[in-house]
Design a protein around this ligand. Structure first.
Ligand SMILES: NC(=O)C1=CN([C@@H]2O[C@H](COP(=O)(O)OP(=O)(O)OC[C@H]3O[C@@H](n4cnc5c(N)ncnc54)[C@H](O)[C@@H]3O)[C@@H](O)[C@H]2O)C=CC1
Ligand SMILES: CC(=O)C(C)=O
Length: 257
């Protein structure tokens, strides 16, 4: 039986790269996102290379029932679930004096609640299948060190590291490991949007906006989504079965700790 991974936010960016990498590694993958056409594109591209390896699943991670329904659809289709990857996230640019209630609600519902619902759905599926499993959460360098203009986003990413550590201890007796990956600055629509907004807020261009984040990154370059996916593939694979409660910082394409 192949390993089966449920990857949220897999219609683009890092999530897409993770789904394609795990399929290359022999996983069956549920490609999960709010927009069915986006996840169907990724699933179709995977199935063109690895027939029947991918299933497109429409689910909003902020809605608990949709996450549970997506996991149930995945188990019904592939016969199991062994890895949950809570990758989906949103990253509004929020100078502290501009933060409003809707932005707080929307960002926390997606990033924090989505991670909790994904964890709950995975644990339920693992228990029903009578085995342990792996849960992998997306935090960020912005969840390791505070980034100006990203207070709300950063708060969720710091929280996800806490959720990773607490659930790792709680779930270890069940044979379930919980780890996180913390990318630096990665070439995805999320990052380019942030750079544009930060630049606009300062009356500068996108390059200036990106430099507000990228000057401090290791090796002085942005990561490719595929480089982040390689670190996630390690966490999803059997070589990391003994690791839990950890955060891999992936910056400049390298894992720093
Ligand atoms: N791009 C970067 O530089 C970094 C990204 N990250 C994290 O990596 C993860 C992936 O980021 P990217 O690929 O860059 O983002 P992205 O914005 O390019 O892709 C995120 C995907 O998640 C989906 N999504 C958003 N809200 C959703 C919801 N409620 N339900 C289901 N899907 C939803 C979006 O539609 C999109 O397809 C995020 O958790 C992000 O916080 C962390 C550090 C750096
Ligand atoms: C988008 C993000 O996680 C950054 C800027 O680290």
């Amino acid at each position: 039986m192949s390993d089966v991974a449920f990857i949220t936010g897999a219609g683009q960016g890092i999530g897409e790269a993770i789904a394609k990498r795990l399929a290359d590694d022999g996983f069956k993958v549920a490609v999960v996102g709010r927009t069915l056409s986006k996840v169907e594109r990724v699933a179709n591209e995977i199935n063109a290379v690895h027939p029947d390896a991918a299933l497109a699943v429409a689910a909003d991670v902020a809605k608990r029932d949709e996450v549970f329904a997506g996991v149930e659809k995945t188990v019904a289709h592939f016969g199991d679930l062994t890895v949950m990857i809570n990758n989906a996230g949103v990253a509004p640019t929020t100078p502290i004096m501009e933060v409003d209630e809707e932005t707080m609600r929307w960002t926390f519902d997606t990033n924090i609640n989505g991670t909790v619902w994904g964890t709950q759905a995975a644990v339920e599926a693992f228990k029903k299948a009578g085995h342990g499993g792996k849960i992998i959460n997306a935090t960020s360098q912005a969840g390791v060190e505070g980034n100006p203009d990203l207070t709300v986003y950063g708060a969720t990413k710091f929280a996800i590291r806490g959720i990773t550590q607490t659930t790792a201890k709680e779930l270890a007796p069940l044979g379930i490991t919980v780890n996180a990956f913390a990318p630096g600055i990665v070439k995805t629509p999320m990052m380019f949007d942030i750079a544009h907004e930060v630049g606009q807020n300062a009356g500068k261009d996108d390059e200036w906006g990106m430099a507000q984040f990228s000057d401090g990154i290791a090796l002085g370059r942005l990561s490719e989504p595929e480089e982040v996916a390689s670190a996630v593939a390690f966490l999803a694979g059997k070589d990391s079965n003994y690791i839990t409660g950890q955060t891999l910082v992936v910056d400049g394409g390298m894992v720093f700790h």
